[in-house]
Design a binder for this molecule. Structure first.
Ligand SMILES: [Zn+2]
Length: 182
């Protein structure tokens, strides 16, 4: 069985920033692999492309250019928001509103995104909504640990079930159905 559309693929990897000699950003161990349903668009397309056709036990090593990963750093993603954004029940949350903090927020369309507090000036807070890996090439090296057939239910839901690999709550929210994964 190989990594291809509609198979469930488990991998472990080490992600380094910039090159194979870069700083380690993320390191997955066999107890905590990344398990995903291949070909459903949940991961970066180029990332999946580099795993295409591999079998369990195969190693991989590749570099994703920033354009194929999280894109360039965009100046317009740095914005000033009013301090009131940090209000919880009418009071500004001072522990949240700290330079260097990454704060989960929602945009006008209700999408979740993380913003990093860069500066606090007067009534405004300067925040950077660039992805933390924007502008970086990503170097992955790792191994395929398992490949299996997806269940009918997984194919319907377009995500993997079991092993705590996904948040069951999100099934209810996004798809209007509950799922039986545990
Ligand atoms: Zn589900």
């Amino acid at each position: 069985m190989i990594a291809e559309k509609d198979n469930v693929v488990s991998i472990v990897y080490e992600l380094r920033s910039g090159s194979k000699d870069g700083d380690i950003v993320e390191s997955l161990t066999p107890d905590n692999p990344l398990t995903f349903l291949y070909g459903t668009g949940g991961l970066l397309p180029k990332f999946e492309e580099n795993l295409n056709g591999l079998s369990a036990g195969d190693s991989f090593e590749f570099l994703l250019n920033s354009e194929d990963a999280y894109g360039p750093v965009v100046e317009t993603a740095v914005v000033h928001v009013p301090k009131t954004v940090f209000e919880v029940e009418g009071k500004i949350d001072e522990t949240l509103m700290q330079v260097g903090n990454t704060v989960p927020m929602m945009d006008a369309e209700g999408r979740r995104l993380n913003g990093k507090v860069i500066a606090i000036e007067g009534g405004a807070v300067e925040m950077d909504f660039n992805h933390p890996m924007a502008g970086s090439d990503l170097h992955f090296s790792g191994k395929v640990t398992e490949i299996r057939n997806a269940t009918e239910e997984e194919l319907t839901h377009k995500h993997v079930h079991g092993n705590g690999s996904h948040d069951c709550g999100s099934c209810d929210d996004n798809k209007g159905h509950s799922c039986s994964c545990g």
